[in-house]
Write a protein that binds this ligand. Structure first.
Ligand SMILES: [Zn+2]
Length: 342
């Protein structure tokens, strides 16, 4: 089956910017109301900030809401403080990697949220260029990614194909004719060198695209990997709580932000002050469509820029962001003094 659709969600991806912001404002009102009425965490945070959900009228009003901190608001508090549903209504759990706090946190989803998550996973892959006639190999072990490929109709190797051993994964990649390889960028060189030892030149594989996720990747590393594999390295930025938040398109001038799904802001990591488009700082995400465990202005700890707005040659109207430069903790020292330019 060949699918000639250009966009996963044509209406949302080509919406005029003012309409998109209007939609974000409406979705934010719903989310803020739910979070305030159903969770003790946000009731307390809103009350402390002296703000009511009814004060949220447009997307710009988000800046009046308090930030959500990974340690103070999430790790140091029970899950029940953030849940809007009864524990028995949870359909499945994902977890964070525990990069910041050293402890993976459970991320609950009800049935509706699971469906939203799978749709986001599919939209991310569709945006980087995966199509139903592709065969994908996912080496990140994220089963939810697999569901995204399934949703868009692509063929994929089950995570267990190759029995989690690199040699076998490389061999099955070759024999199955994989066209899309999804992996952590830092592991791709090892994949190539191990293939070499098995007598396989990765440049000879029928790979059409590599998808790099889960780690920062600089432009120079990207170019180096593209030369090594002889295929473009497309990037996505995602959170375990919400799936892909932004993905690179064929124009390859930044990652389109799925603004109908999330509100993305950039703040100065020291002061929490909002920064204008074009300036680098900590990414703050508000996933708009998840109801099980609302997150409002969540501090991701990742550093990047929202690019000054301009239309994209791919036809999408969604704003774009830069590649992730790293973690706030790597770029600032313990006292918060800047090491690099932020
Ligand atoms: Zn584009």
């Amino acid at each position: 089956m060949e699918d000639k659709r250009k966009y996963w969600d044509p209406e949302k991806e080509t919406m005029p910017l003012d309409k998109l912001q209007e939609l974000q404002g409406k979705r934010l009102q719903v989310l803020a109301t739910l979070a305030y009425e159903k969770t003790s965490l946000y009731r307390r945070k809103f009350d402390e900030a002296g703000i009511q959900p009814s004060d949220i009228k447009t997307v710009e009003d988000i800046r009046n809401l308090p930030l959500t901190d990974d340690v103070e608001d999430i790790r140091n508090r029970p899950l029940s403080d953030r849940l809007t549903i009864l524990p028995r209504e949870i359909e499945r759990f994902n977890s964070t990697s525990g990069t910041t706090t050293g402890m993976p946190e459970p991320i609950p989803f009800n049935k509706k949220d699971t469906d939203t998550l799978i749709d986001a996973e599919a939209q991310g892959r569709w945006t980087v260029g995966v199509r139903p006639n592709d065969t994908a190999q996912i080496l990140t072990n994220y089963d939810i990614s697999e569901m995204g490929y399934d949703r868009l109709g692509a063929t994929f190797l089950l995570l267990s194909a190759g029995r989690f051993m690199l040699d076998k994964q490389i061999m099955i990649n070759k024999t199955a004719g994989v066209t899309v390889l999804e992996h952590f960028p830092s592991q791709l060189k090892r994949f190539a060198s191990q293939a070499q030892e098995l007598g396989i030149n990765v440049n000879d594989l029928p790979l059409r695209m590599i998808i790099g996720v889960g780690e920062p990747l600089s432009n120079s590393e990207k170019i180096e990997l593209e030369e090594l594999f002889g295929a473009p390295v497309m990037t996505m930025w995602h959170m375990m709580e919400s799936g892909p938040i932004a993905a690179e398109c064929g124009a390859r001038k930044g990652l389109h932000i799925f603004s109908h799904r999330s509100i993305l802001e950039v703040v100065d990591p020291e002061t929490g002050e909002l920064l204008p488009d074009g300036e680098e700082g900590e990414l703050i995400v508000t996933p708009l469509l998840y109801e099980t465990m609302p997150l409002i202005r969540y501090r991701t700890g990742d550093v990047a820029r929202i690019l000054p707005y301009e239309p994209c040659s791919c036809g999408r109207t969604l704003p774009r962001m830069s590649l992730i430069r790293g973690r706030v903790s790597q770029i600032t020292d313990r006292k918060g003094k800047k090491k690099g330019r932020l």
